[in-house]
Design a protein around this ligand. Structure first.
Ligand code: GLC
Length: 479
């Protein structure tokens, strides 16, 4: 396939997508709110573009191969808002006057080597890529630009923070993503563009110009992560032209769906929701309740919650982009570091049950969830069973400890504890498989993985037990 053919098909594809006004409205409505204000999440249509040429589908598969395998990334919200320490929406939600907000640029001077700390932490956590805010809604650019002096290199900081980030990510072998907010609360045309054509033209030129710089000045960029397309439609943003430019400058890049077009993947926010089969998706989520640094936010998720979310993403064939909100000096808050280190410890042992996982039909049970590769089922036990008095009376629960799955539609051939490789005994009939004689305490923390090699692709029919279990009589069956 030639490059030229690729471009043609992409253009055709984007043309098709550009007509999707409903999608634009849905995406805009979802992303233009803080989580507190958020209405019921709306998802972009999930199917491949109707009539999308096979070559475009193949090209996307080529560009996204590494991303599908990677599964786990680090999101970083870093900008002037870190100095206030009250979430990245402070400027708007508190109505801070622009001339005052701009003063923050005189004090935003992250410590040297901050990005190396991020990249080291991401690597340690088992994350394979990073996505940093190059410009958030506040309008301040963390990178050098010819289009505004409201940027880190031309203010007190005097350094290109995006460059430092790119170098740090690459040094750790991590893929590089750029978050870019289309919505801009600082630019004089950022709102006016909705009602004034001259302002729209100026603002679109500015926006495309900044994106062009980002796509030109930092070598290979792996992901462009657009955000909030308020207040324009994809036609107004000239999103098709935007993506064409991006793909011309970065032929291997992948882009999300938040410039009003379908892009390469959907972006459920603060919840895990798989797209239809065939449509790539990535859940983005905060570790506490804030994207940007919020000093008093102590509502941290536990490592168990994070691992469970990651498993649920991998189960649905999706990715998990977990956010950190660094302090003004660029250091990641200690609690976030602790969570990431614990997750990393788990990934160090259990990563292969996540990376490259394929979509898995089996869904969470009373104490476990699943991932899958081919015919191998990984049973992720987050609430370790056993120590049940019922084992005194019910042979089903003996020898303790028993992990059981009802309704599995395939034969298990062998089983072991994934992390230690220790063989696990099991028995199976058409109703249930029981892995028995497991340790009394969960061998791993926060989630223990049992690997079950199956005869065919593991599928659980959740109604099978209900419909097919042998029912004996009204009243107890032993009398
Ligand atoms: C929302 C928020 C924004 C955050 C983004 C992350 O769109 O407005 O602050 O960057 O979610 O997905």
């Amino acid at each position: 396939m030639t490059v030229r053919e690729n471009r043609m098909t992409r253009r055709d594809y984007l043309k098709l997508m550009g007509t999707s006004g409903t999608l634009a409205a849905a995406v805009g409505a979802t992303s233009a709110c803080t989580s507190a204000q958020k209405p019921a999440p709306k998802q972009a249509p999930t199917e491949e573009a109707p009539g999308e040429p096979a070559s475009a589908i193949a090209d996307r598969a080529r560009r996204m191969k590494w991303w599908h395998a990677a599964k786990f990334g680090m999101f970083i919200h870093f900008g002037l808002y870190a100095l206030i320490g009250q979430h990245e929406w402070a400027m708007e939600l508190e109505g801070i006057p622009i001339p005052q907000y701009e003063l923050l640029a005189k004090h935003f001077i992250p410590k040297p080597g901050f990005a190396r700390e991020w990249a080291g932490l991401a690597k340690q956590a088992g994350q394979k890529y990073m996505v940093m805010t190059t410009k958030h809604h506040e309008g301040f650019c963390n990178f050098n630009t010819k289009l505004t002096n409201y940027c880190a290199p031309q203010q007190a900081c005097g350094r290109d923070l995006v460059k430092e980030y790119v170098e740090a990510a690459r040094a750790e072998g991590l893929r590089v993503g750029f978050y870019y907010s289309l919505m801009d609360w600082h630019h004089p045309d950022g709102a006016l563009c909705a009602t004034n054509e001259a302002a729209r033209r100026r603002f679109v030129a500015y926006t495309h110009g900044l994106i062009r710089e980002l796509m030109t000045n930092y070598g290979k960029v792996d992901i462009l992560w657009y955000d909030v397309d308020w207040p324009l439609t994809p036609e107004g943003w000239e999103s098709k032209k935007m993506n064409d430019m991006v793909f011309t400058l970065q032929p291997d890049i992948i882009v999300n769906n938040r410039n009003g077009l379908l892009g390469d993947f959907s972006t459920p926010e603060q919840h895990v929701q798989a797209s239809e089969k065939g449509r790539a998706w990535e859940t983005c989520m905060t570790i506490n309740d804030s994207w940007g640094y919020q000093k008093a936010d102590d509502d941290f998720k536990s490592p168990k919650t994070i691992v469970r979310d990651l498993v649920e993403c991998a189960r649905g064939g999706g990715n998990f982009l977990l956010n950190v909100g660094p302090k003004p000096d660029g250091s990641v808050p200690e609690e976030e570091v602790r969570v990431l280190e614990a997750v990393g410890k788990w990934m160090g042992k259990n990563g292969p049950t996540i990376y490259e996982a394929e979509r898995c039909q089996a869904g969470a049970t009373n104490y476990a969830n699943f991932t899958r590769k081919g015919n191998t089922l990984y049973i992720h036990v987050h609430f370790w069973p056993g120590d049940t008095a019922a084992a005194n009376w019910l042979s089903f629960f003996r020898p303790q400890t028993v992990v059981a799955i009802g309704g599995l539609q395939t034969k298990v051939l062998s089983a072991k504890l994934f992390a230690s490789g220790k063989k696990v005994d099991f028995r199976q009939d058409d109703i249930s498989v029981q892995f028995a004689g497991l340790p009394a305490n969960a061998p791993d923390d926060p989630v223990t993985v049992i690997e079950a090699e199956c005869e065919s692709e593991p599928v659980v029919n959740s109604l099978y037990v209900r419909e097919h279990r042998e029912r004996i009589k009204v009243g107890v069956s032993w009398s």
